[in-house]
Each structure stands twice: as structure tokens, then as C-alpha cells.
Design a protein around this ligand. Structure first.
Ligand SMILES: [Zn+2]
Length: 452
């Protein structure tokens, strides 16, 4: 079973410098490959990533674009994996794109990576590094100190080095033998989970799990700080007589620039802390769900379509739906828990969990509603979670003629994804590690289903 462990690197200044250059190289090579790909595709040539890699290898030590000011090929200073992997990633990105197109799913063509906006990351192949206790020996940089020891025993598949909020991380993918990777479940319940707007998660048992308080407080602080920062920046720009964007060559007074930098750093730190708190919360929740249940039912939300609704998108982003889904998916394999995805158009919120009648007039803001059929008063989220749970157990299916959902699985069945009523369900692929660094829709664990 493929598992990944992401460990913080306590990097020295020199190591950070190398990491930044290697990540920059990976990004630049990706962009080179993508533009060559696009040129060939436009000319109807049917581009091929491996052919592009060969073409790149022919020019990478001689083309003026890849020479430094002394005419030396600077690529030699960066380990080969960092500039070879982008081609494999590009091939993967395009094949995923065409696969999605064929299946009639929303698909994004490969995009150029921009500094500061795309993840800073590069790949290291398994035969190029080794882990020794609390350190790793990486090509070109040598020994780096790790924050913790590698959690998994097994065959190391590869690793990526990536930057997050000023810290570098080593994500190691390990093929862990199943008997070591498996964890015992403590329960055999089927639970519907409504990932939500007001509570972070509502379970079909009626339990509401709130987003952690420090997160709320930090978010508030973040908003205040960023407002303050933009106000100060506007004032400084006005004082310097700059209208609109700060262009190249324009300078704010030095002290103002320092203020700007300090505030930006404070913001980045705060954002990193929020991300940590959020991830920790999600880890605890997803572990618990997998441990206690034989099946966990969630909605296959059309997350890609979400940003149209800013408020809902915000709430979903806060809970970290992608991260939740990614974690619950890989953990389910370890606990032998089934993850059931309700079809994207399954109206879990609108159906009465008492009588099955649909309340099509339910608005997004309605936190509670009364069923016109049976008169039961529903909490929106609990009702939705119960419907999701029923979908899987088949109780609701019997009443509303929805296709029967999955039956229970035996403890040792490898976890899989089970279609539930109300539409088809696409399998969730267990993807780890490397995709995280490809920059293509990070952790593209799943593709939403389309129901007809
Ligand atoms: Zn009812």
C-alpha cells in the first residue's frame, strides 16, 4: 500500500538556496516542455513528452537560454531528477486531461507555472537519496536534518521536496506491506458525513463537529491584518505619487517597503498556522471516521463548480474538502473502510429523511426546515447526513427507488469506492506523493461524477 509521509526539513541557508534553485529549474523546465508541446500540438504534430525530453537533453547544456552569464550551463548544478521529472509530470497531466475529456468530465489543460503562484517543488528518485534516522541524504545538497523520523517501513518509491510558507518539506512515498499498513477498526457503523457550511462536519448520528476555534480566531486576525496591510500600502503609494499598480523601477520609500515586507511575512506565517491547524483537525476527523466505521458516505461535491458561489466556496475551503477527501481516501485503505460517494446531483439536503419527500424549495440559507409531507422538523445538516447514510445502507433506496447502494464489506476487503444511489460514482484513485509536486490540481484524488 502506497503511503506518503511529509516531513519538515530543518534546512540550512545553503540548502534552502539549492532547494529554491532546483524548484525554479523544475518550474522552468515544465514551462519549456509545455510551450514546446503547445507549439507541436498547434502544428498538428501529436506531441510526446518523452520525445520532448530527448529534445531538451540535446539543448540543455548549449542553448543560450540555459547558460549563465559566463556561458556555463547552470543546469549542471541542479540534480537531473529535478529537470527530468517535469516531462513525466507533463505526460501525466495531458493523459489525465484527455481521459477526463473522453469521460465527459470537466478538464483543465496543462498550465504554465508562475513563480510565487505555483508550488515550489522538485522530485528526487528513490535511488538518489536515502533516509538515515533523523536525516536524509539528498543529491547535490548532501545531508539534511529532518524534523522527525520516517513513519513507514517499506520500499521507498520516491520523494518530493516542496516549500510551504517558508519551510521546506520532504514527502517520501513508501510502499508499505499491507500487514504493516493495516489498522484495526473499532467499529462497524455506516456513517453519513455532511461536510458543511455551519459545522465543519455533521454525522448521521446527529453529532456536529465544529471547526477548531483557533482557526476562526486566526482567520479573523488574518482578515484584519491583510486589510491593514493594504491600507498602509495604499497610503504609501499615494505619498509616493504612484497610481495603480507598482510597476518595475517604481520604488516606495525604503521604510514603507520594509513595513510591506514585514506585514507580508506576518501574513504568510499566519496563513501557515491556519493551514497547520486545519490539517491537524482534518487528520483527527478522518482517522476517527475510518477507525469507527465500515463505511463512510460523503457527497461527491462538484468542488470545481463551487467558486461561483463565493460564500459556500469559502466555507468549503475552510473545511478543506479536498484535503478531507484526500485523507479519508488514503486512510480508508488502511482501515479497510469503504468510502461511498453520493452522486453529485443527489439531493441529500432536500430529501426528508423521515418520509423521503423532496423539498425542492430549500434555500442555501435554510438551516432548518419542516417537511410538508410528514411534518417533521429537520436540522439541515443532520438530515443530509442521515440521507447519505441511508443511501449506503439501502434503507432509503427501498423507499425512493434509488439504485441500491453498496452492501457491507468484509474487514479484509481492500477498501474501494462504492457507487451509491442517485447516480454513478467514479472510483477514487489512491494517489500519493509525486502528484503533490506536479502542480497539476494538487492532490487530484478524484474526479467528480456526472449523472445523466
Ligand atoms: Zn417527511
Amino acid at each position: 500500500m502506497l503511503l506518503a509521509h511529509r516531513i519538515r526539513i530543518d534546512a540550512t541557508a545553503e540548502q534552502r538556496d539549492y532547494f529554491a534553485r532546483a524548484a525554479g529549474t523544475a518550474r522552468r523546465v515544465w514551462n519549456w516542455a509545455l510551450s514546446a508541446w503547445n507549439r507541436q500540438a498547434a502544428a498538428g504534430l501529436g506531441p510526446n513528452a518523452m520525445a520532448l525530453k530527448k529534445a531538451f537533453n540535446r539543448i540543455k547544456y548549449s542553448d543560450p537560454d540555459w547558460l549563465d552569464s559566463d556561458g556555463k550551463p547552470w543546469l549542471r548544478a541542479i540534480h537531473r531528477d529535478a529537470h527530468a521529472q517535469p516531462f513525466a509530470n507533463l505526460a501525466k497531466a495531458w493523459s489525465r486531461y484527455f481521459e477526463q475529456r473522453r469521460a465527459g468530465q470537466p478538464a483543465h489543460a496543462a498550465r504554465f507555472k508562475k513563480k510565487g503562484r505555483s508550488a515550489d517543488a522538485f522530485y528526487v528518485a528513490n535511488d538518489k537519496f536515502r533516509i538515515e534516522g533523523r536525516s536524509a541524504v539528498l543529491p547535490k545538497v548532501g545531508r539534511v536534518a529532518l524534523h522527525e523520523v520516517l513513519r513507514w517501513g517499506g520500499k521507498i518509491i520516491g520523494a518530493s521536496v516542496s516549500l510551504e510558507a517558508g519551510h521546506w518539506y520532504l514527502a517520501v512515498q513508501v510502499d508499505v506491506p499491507d500487514h504493516l499498513a493495516r489498522r484495526r477498526r473499532t467499529g462497524d457503523v455506516v456513517t453519513g458525513v455532511d461536510l458543511g457550511v455551519t459545522s465543519a462536519a455533521t454525522l448521521s448520528s446527529g453529532e456536529k463537529i465544529a471547526a477548531p476555534r483557533p482557526l476562526k480566531a486566526a482567520l479573523r486576525r488574518l482578515r484584519i491584518r491583510s486589510r491593514r496591510q493594504s491600507r498602509k500600502l495604499e497610503a504609501a503609494k499615494a505619498a509616493a505619487g504612484i497610481v495603480g499598480r507598482i510597476g518595475k523601477g517604481m520604488r516606495l520609500p525604503a521604510s514603507k517597503n520594509r513595513t510591506k515586507g514585514a506585514l507580508a511575512l506576518a501574513l504568510a506565517r499566519l496563513q501557515a498556522r491556519i493551514a497547520r491547524v486545519r490539517r491537524d483537525f482534518t487528520h483527527k476527523l478522518t482517522t476517527r471516521l475510518c477507525r469507527e466505521n465500515q463505511a463512510v458516505v460523503i457527497e461527491d461535491l462538484n468542488v470545481r463548480g463551487m467558486p461561483a458561489n463565493a460564500r459556500l466556496a469559502r466555507a468549503i475551503a475552510d473545511v478543506g474538502f479536498y484535503e478531507f477527501r484526500r485523507q479519508v481516501t488514503y486512510k480508508s485503505a488502511r482501515y479497510g473502510t469503504r468510502i461511498v460517494l453520493a452522486g453529485r446531483w443527489y439531493p441529500s439536503s432536500e430529501l426528508c429523511s423521515g418520509c423521503g419527500r423532496r423539498n425542492a424549495g430549500l434555500a442555501l440559507g435554510d438551516r432548518a426546515w419542516t417537511c410538508a409531507g410528514c411534518g417533521v422538523r429537520h436540522d439541515r445538516d443532520v438530515n443530509a447526513a442521515i440521507n447519505l447514510q441511508r443511501l449506503a445502507t439501502g434503507a432509503l433506496a427501498a423507499r425512493t427507488a434509488l439504485p441500491e447502494a453498496s452492501q457491507a464489506v468484509t474487514r479484509d476487503t481492500a477498501a474501494g469506492l462504492t457507487p451509491a444511489g442517485g447516480g454513478e460514482v467514479t472510483p477514487v484513485r489512491h494517489e500519493h506523493g509525486q502528484q503533490d509536486s506536479s502542480g497539476q490540481d494538487e492532490n487530484a484524488v478524484h474526479i467528480c461524477t456526472r449523472n445523466r
